[in-house]
Design a protein around this ligand. Structure first.
Ligand code: ADP
Ligand code: MG
Length: 610
């Protein structure tokens, strides 16, 4: 048989590669703005026509390019930013792949003019579909201007896939905001269809935020500052009272690069837990500075996702410093059951620099995992929890104190809390009305809402598993074929990945129908359809745009529908386990939907009543 393999011509290879880098006009905006920053410009203009479909142009006053460089920059892997693979570990620039301009030039009509400071003349170069049309000397001012016209003019299918003008413009503005926020020392202008939409003078970060998001923003911001060996944190977080229904003003930057990181986002949301209404989101503008060698920005072609070496320690530090900042504003939850010194770090009044040694030692620390004894707060919490019982002798509690029988309760089910029985002496507990667990403390009485307590426990367990991607899935004998409309299926497809992470396995997933053959281990097959309906209802309220909120939503739904219910009889061991596990949770005092899990009564209060 004849040979069939051929090398693709360059312009075709470029077009294919362009698909990775250039998805829409906003991708061009991002790459051009970043190049201008890398060129050390301090004045950058972005000119847009028809939401970038007709024109994206960036004009900077940076260091410019030589005649040869102006030509070379459109070659694939042409970069001035790294020379060896090692340079990747000391990266101080946005770009490094040398791909952006080659990709853009493959799918648009590009005009570049550039001049270096010490040259008399600059260069004007026109390139179209990777073909250089002309290069001429030209009188231009110092810096670079790159105009990208008619994006995807040569790939009609991709051009067709562009969204409406408002949507594409929104994406452009998002990119513009990200770069402008990360560089307040640079002035920016954005002109769309000849109208100036932003004019941001050189300023400090706070002013930059206000200039972008409006004058009222100023009063909503709390400063955030933290310095440890591992990371320097700087920036602003929103006061809880101003949390909004939309997640649009949440920004993480690492070494001045905008990033998405669901895990750190969760750390932040954890710090706000109990302070904001469910379904609302705080603003944040957080800048992390870490050693470039401790991150890997190369895992994503458009580089908004990065990998940290010390992600878990960062989680703890970030959460602690946000809590601290909220606390300074005296909004920290009064409910805080027990301050965990390892998570809170030591913010002594002496303003001593927080020390990091324990955090650095334990690389396996997972803040979601409560079982670990080495560093996690769990062991400490359990310990202090036990100390509440000191002085109370432990009896082997026999029968639940269950005097009241209520008819309409469903039949009893045994509850599997999934814990090994602990050797610690158990606290004496009673179940009341098949709804509450009563327990005696050294200082008084504790009344725990059994469903909410278990809901909290399950939620944290599921999040741990999901973030470890240990997917606990059970195969079911009869696959489930829930009936969903097309609209519902397309909504579910947005979070399919999360559902799979949560333990769902789909044997069919499409408009012809849905077939589920594996479900989360905690879940009863009968509960599946209802659960998905609830997830859909929540999705309708707001499509989770961040990776994490999707996970969170599913974790909550599974936790809620699999938690012990009111009306379920719990044996003594189960009651004890419930207590143990609850107080090993990160936030035992609130259920995941923000309701109180327990109330306590001091002996003094009780005495006073008599
Ligand atoms: P990368 O940014 O990854 O190096 P690009 O394709 O974005 O790759 O750019 C290629 C090269 O072109 C850069 O390394 C830089 O040397 C040069 N360049 C691009 N834009 C500018 C600019 N605005 N000013 C000066 N040089 C630029
Ligand atoms: Mg670049």
């Amino acid at each position: 048989m004849a040979d069939v393999i051929q090398l693709l011509p360059d312009h075709v290879a470029n077009q294919i590669a362009a698909g990775e880098v250039v998805q829409r006009p906003a991708s061009v905006v991002k790459e051009l703005l970043e190049n201008a920053i890398d060129a050390e410009a301090d004045r950058i203009q972005l000119i847009i026509k028809d939401s970038g479909k007709t024109l994206v142009q960036v004009i900077d006053n940076g260091k410019g390019m030589s005649v040869t460089d102006a030509r070379l920059c459109f070659e694939r892997h042409a970069t001035s930013k790294i020379r060896t693979a090692e340079d990747l570990f000391a990266l101080h620039t946005k770009g490094f792949r040398g791909e952006a301009l080659a990709s853009i030039a493959a799918v648009a009509q590009v005009e570049l003019s550039s001049k270096q400071e010490d040259s008399e003349l600059g260069t004007l170069l026109r390139i179209e579909g990777s073909k250089v049309l002309s290069q001429t000397p030209e009188v231009v001012s110092k810096g670079t201007s790159i105009a990208v016209r008619r994006l995807f003019y040569n790939i009609p299918a991709r051009r067709q896939f562009l969204k409406s003008d408002p949507v594409e413009y929104r994406h452009i503005v998002d990119e513009f905001h990200r770069v402008a926020l990360a560089h307040p020392q640079v002035s920016f202008r954005l002109i769309h269809n000849d109208v100036e939409n932003f004019n941001l003078p050189v300023s400090n970060l706070r002013q930059r935020i206000v200039n972008i998001f409006g004058g009222k923003t100023n009063e909503k911001l709390l400063p955030l500052k933290e310095e440890t060996d591992l990371v320097t944190i700087d920036g602003f977080i929103g006061k809880p009272d101003y949390a909004k229904r939309s997640k649009s003003e949440q920004y993480f930057f690492v070494n001045h690069r905008y990033i998405r990181n669901p895990y750190l986002h969760h750390a932040l949301m954890a710090a706000y837990e109990g302070l904001i209404k469910e379904g609302t989101f705080p603003q944040y503008f957080i800048f992390l500075k870490v050693d470039p060698a401790s991150i890997d920005i190369n895992i994503h072609p458009t580089k908004t996702e990065i990998k940290f070496e010390n992600e878990q320690a960062l989680y703890a530090i970030l959460r602690a410093s946000v809590k601290h900042s909220l606390g300074q504003y005296s909004l920290s939850p009064m409910l805080d059951f027990e301050k965990d010194p390892t998570l809170e770090l030591s913010y002594s009044e002496t303003k001593e620099k927080p020390r990091m040694p324990h955090i650095e030692v334990d690389r396996n620390f997972n803040p979601f995992r409560q079982e670990q004894k080495s560093f996690s707060g769990a062991s400490k919490k359990t310990a202090s929890w036990e100390s509440l019982y000191v002085g109370i002798e432990s009896k082997s509690n026999t029968k639940p104190f269950d005097l009241v029988e209520i008819e309409d309760f469903q039949e009893e089910k045994t509850m599997d809390l999934g814990v090994e029985t602990s050797e610690q002496p158990k606290a004496e507990t009673f179940q009341l009305r098949r709804k509450y667990i009563l327990s005696q403390l050294k200082s008084g009485l504790l009344l725990i809402h059994q469903h909410r307590a278990h809901y909290r426990i399950r939620y944290e367990e599921i999040l741990t598993k999901m973030s470890d991607t240990q997917i606990a899935s059970q195969q079911i004998i009869f696959p489930i074929n829930p009936a969903f409309t097309h609209a519902e299926i397309s909504m579910l497809s947005e979070i399919k990945e999360h559902l799979e992470q949560a333990g769902f396995q789909f044997s069919k997933f499409g408009f012809e129908g849905l077939e589920i053959q594996g479900i989360p281990a905690y879940l009863q097959p009968e509960a599946v359809e209802d659960l998905l309906k609830k997830v859909l209802a929540a999705l309708e309220m707001e499509l989770p745009d961040s990776y994490f909120s999707g996970l969170d939503l599913i974790a909550k739904s599974i936790a809620k529908s699999s938690a012990v219910r009111t009306g379920q009889n719990l044996g003594c061991d189960e009651q004890a386990q419930l207590l143990d596990k609850l107080f090993a949770c990160k936030e035992p005092q609130l259920s995941p939907d923000g309701k109180p899990v327990y109330i306590s009564l001091d002996w003094e209060d009780i005495e006073n009543k008599f």
